[in-house]
Each structure stands twice: as structure tokens, then as C-alpha cells.
Design a protein around this ligand. Structure first.
Ligand code: SF4
Length: 410
């Protein structure tokens, strides 16, 4: 099989993995004439978005899509009829260098199906990173998928070469994983996440020493598939909160389940609405940067995030007792809960109100969407009507207008 065909198969097989946005790594470049590549923003091939909104490009491939495991939700499972391919270590190294030199990519995201054994597969994955770094002095971004059952020595070596390591938790509940991916061992996944956490903390403590071993400076992440099982958004967010707290993950990525050919009957016949994935990302953001608990974001009774409005607005509409909030006096924590107020806007508010009272005319300069925020806030020249917050009309005002479906022609 020629390289072009392998690339078609193995890039297509990798597209289901969402956990590859790069962020928070150290800055490296080769302007000193040594090495190749950099982690600076560039242009390229497969676009991912970092948490700061920066668009980055990675060569995103599998080493092989052959796999011993038979995870029902996966297109690469052992019983799938897809064409199989496998790169050699040297082929991946050469492709990465060629794509980098042509300015198509600024890094590599490498994952793999499990062949022979966890250690054998991990050794191949690490081999690519080792060769790129040591033989070719590649200084671009490297994200390696980690195989939980692999030997600790290999995981340590992976962290030496990679910027980020990830292990996919796959499903939010252990029972679903046992049903849909019986060969996966949730205890091994969590144990390895715990080992990564310890190594990351150790590396952080040693950063002052020049000779301290390097370990994945961009941290660890994971991915959860949404809609392959019946788990509610509340369950998903509780699992994420637990993962962030227990393993100090940089990111949990949410990937809406895509129906696959010849799928098992244990899987739903259709994909969940994509907006569900989007709302989960928004809710995740609220937990990490806005001080919300998972239990506050999704009401226990429903268990699901509303699809038509964002989760912060939904929370505010459920808590009229917390509003209107006086922007000139409220604490930072309170301000972060106002619909339309982002973290940067809150910082700008706090800096501005030290010198002057904030008025309606200041909102545009503070990058605050006026229509969204005004019903919830008091400013020195604005107070919303007391009836507004009690009324269902406020919720109605934010719901998207129903539109009639078109006929597809003008
Ligand atoms: S181990 Fe990974 S590649 Fe293999 S079937 Fe499961 S999800 Fe797919």
C-alpha cells in the first residue's frame, strides 16, 4: 500500500478523536539555527482550537487503525469492515517533517489502535516522538495518545518528548464502558491518569533545576463521547468535575457520537444534536473559569442542558433572586455569574470602577453585550423594571425565534 493511501485511511480514522487542541505548552522555536519547527502560531492542515481561541494546525493521524479491541462505538474496532493500514515509525516521522517544512502543520497528534500489546503499541508511538526530537531536533508541538495499560517507563518517556499526553475516558459511566467497550479497564485508565498527575506535579516542582527531566508541559487531557449511551448532561459534567479535581486535567473534550457503519444495536441509530456538544463545552467553561459547580449548572430534575439558550443564561433565569446585580458594588464572583459578562469583561469592570462609576454607555467599551446583560444589572444610570425578572417574558425574550423551514430555493 502506498503512503498516500495509508495517509487517507489513517487521517480519516483519526478524525473521531476530539482531544487534540493544543494549549499551555512551553514556547520553543528554531530561530537560533538549531533544530526544526516551533510552537508559535502558524498555518496548516487539521484545525483545532486552543482554549484562548487560537487556531492551530496539527497532522492528526493514527499509527494504525488495526485494533485488538472491539469497542462498539469505534469505527476501528476489531470487527469493523473498514480498510486497515499501518504506518512505520519512519513514515510518520518523515510525513511530519515534510508537512512541517511545507508549512502545512505546526505539530503532530498521534494516536493508535492497539496491536500486539499495550507496551508494543506505546513503544511505537513513543518511537515516533523520540526520533522527531532526538534525531531531527523537531521543536513543534507533539500530542501523544497514551495507552493506559502501558509500562510506566514508556509513559515517562512519552512525557519526555510530548507536549501533551491524553488518555480517553470515553464514556462518563463505568457501566456504559463495561457494556460498550468491555476490554477497556476504567481502573487502569484512572490509575494512569493519576500517575500522569504525579509526574506532571513533580516536573513542575523541578522546573527551577535546568537538568530536571521534562514531562508533558502542556499537561494531560481526555475525551468523552456524548450520546453513545444514555448518560445525562448532569452525569457527564459530574464526571468532568471529578476528572478535573482528581487528575488536574487541562481539558476534557466532548465529542458527539457519530453513527458508524455496521453499528451494534446497543448504540443509538442517530447522532445527538451537535449543539449539545457545544452546550457541554460552555458548561465546562463555567466550571473551570466562572466558579460554577456542576450541580448548579444542570437541574437535577431535567438532567439535561437546555439546547436553545446557553447554560449561564439558563442559570440566571432560574435564579431571579440573585438579580439585578449592582455592577459598581458586586464582588468578582457575583459579576462572573451575570449573562454576557466574560472573565476579561469582569476584570475590565473591576479596573474601571476603581476610578469611575459604570454607566450604560460604558458597556460597549467593556465588550459587554448590552441586550443580554441589561435585564440583570444595575448601573449608575440604569435599573431594570422590577417586574421583568419575575416574568416568564424575560425567558421568552432570550429564546431564539422559531423560523419556518425554507424550501431550499429563493
Ligand atoms: S481501543 Fe481505541 S482504537 Fe481500539 S476499538 Fe477501542 S476506541 Fe477504537
Amino acid at each position: 500500500m502506498n503512503l498516500q493511501r495509508k495517509l487517507e485511511i489513517l487521517a480519516d480514522a483519526a478524525k473521531y478523536d476530539a482531544s487534540c487542541a493544543s494549549s499551555g505548552t512551553e514556547r520553543r522555536d528554531s530561530r537560533d539555527g538549531k533544530g526544526l519547527g516551533s510552537t508559535a502560531p502558524g498555518m496548516g492542515i487539521c484545525h483545532s482550537y486552543a482554549p484562548d481561541g487560537r487556531c492551530i494546525s496539527l497532522l492528526k493521524i493514527l499509527l494504525t487503525n488495526a485494533c485488538n479491541y472491539d469497542c462498539l462505538y469505534c469505527v476501528n474496532r476489531a470487527t469493523s469492515n473498514v480498510p486497515r493500514a499501518r504506518f512505520t515509525v519512519d513514515e510518520v516521522v518523515q510525513l511530519t517533517l515534510d508537512f512541517y517544512r511545507r508549512n502545512y502543520i505546526e505539530g503532530l497528534f498521534l494516536s493508535s489502535g492497539i496491536i500486539r500489546s499495550a507496551d508494543y503499541t506505546m513503544e511505537q508511538v513513543v518511537g515516533v516522538a523520540r526520533k522527531l526530537r532526538e534525531q531531527h531536533h523537531f521543536r513543534g508541538y507533539i500530542h501523544l495518545k497514551t495507552i493506559p495499560e502501558a509500562d510506566d517507563v514508556l509513559i515517562t518517556e512519552a512525557g519526555k518528548y510530548a507536549d501533551r499526553l491524553s488518555i480517553n475516558i470515553e464514556l462518563p459511566e463505568q457501566e456504559s464502558l463495561a457494556k460498550l467497550a468491555p476490554e477497556k479497564d476504567v481502573r487502569a485508565i484512572r490509575r494512569t491518569m493519576g500517575r500522569l498527575r504525579l509526574k506532571l506535579e513533580e516536573a513542575k516542582e523541578n522546573t527551577k533545576s535546568k537538568n530536571a527531566p521534562r514531562f508533558a508541559p502542556a499537561g494531560q487531557s481526555t475525551q468523552m463521547i456524548v450520546g453513545a449511551d444514555s448518560a445525562s448532561d448532569r452525569t457527564i459534567l459530574n464526571t468532568s468535575a471529578n476528572l478535573y479535581g482528581s487528575y488536574n486535567l487541562k481539558r476534557v473534550y466532548y465529542s458527539a457520537f457519530s453513527p458508524i457503519p455496521d453499528a451494534s444495536r446497543a448504540l443509538p441509530p442517530s447522532a445527538p444534536p451537535l449543539v449539545r456538544e457545544h452546550r457541554l463545552y460552555q458548561a465546562d467553561w463555567l466550571m473551570r473559569f466562572y466558579g460554577f459547580e456542576a450541580s448548579e449548572i444542570v437541574e437535577k430534575a431535567e438532567g439535561m442542558l437546555p439546547l436553545e439558550i446557553d447554560p449561564k443564561l439558563a442559570w440566571a433565569l432560574r435564579h431571579p433572586d440573585r438579580f439585578p446585580l449592582d455592577v459598581n458594588r458586586a464582588s468578582r464572583e457575583e459579576l462572573l455569574r451575570v449573562p454576557g459578562f466574560g472573565v476579561k469583561a469582569v476584570d475590565r469592570i473591576i479596573a474601571t470602577r476603581r476610578v469611575t462609576s459604570i454607566r450604560v454607555s460604558d458597556l460597549a467599551r467593556l465588550h459587554i453585550p448590552r441586550n443580554k446583560a441589561l435585564p440583570f444589572i444595575v448601573l449608575s444610570d440604569h435599573r431594570p423594571s422590577p417586574h421583568l425578572l419575575d416574568s416568564a417574558r424575560l425567558a421568552e425574550r432570550f429564546r431564539p425565534k422559531a423560523t419556518q423551514l425554507g424550501f431550499g430555493f429563493e
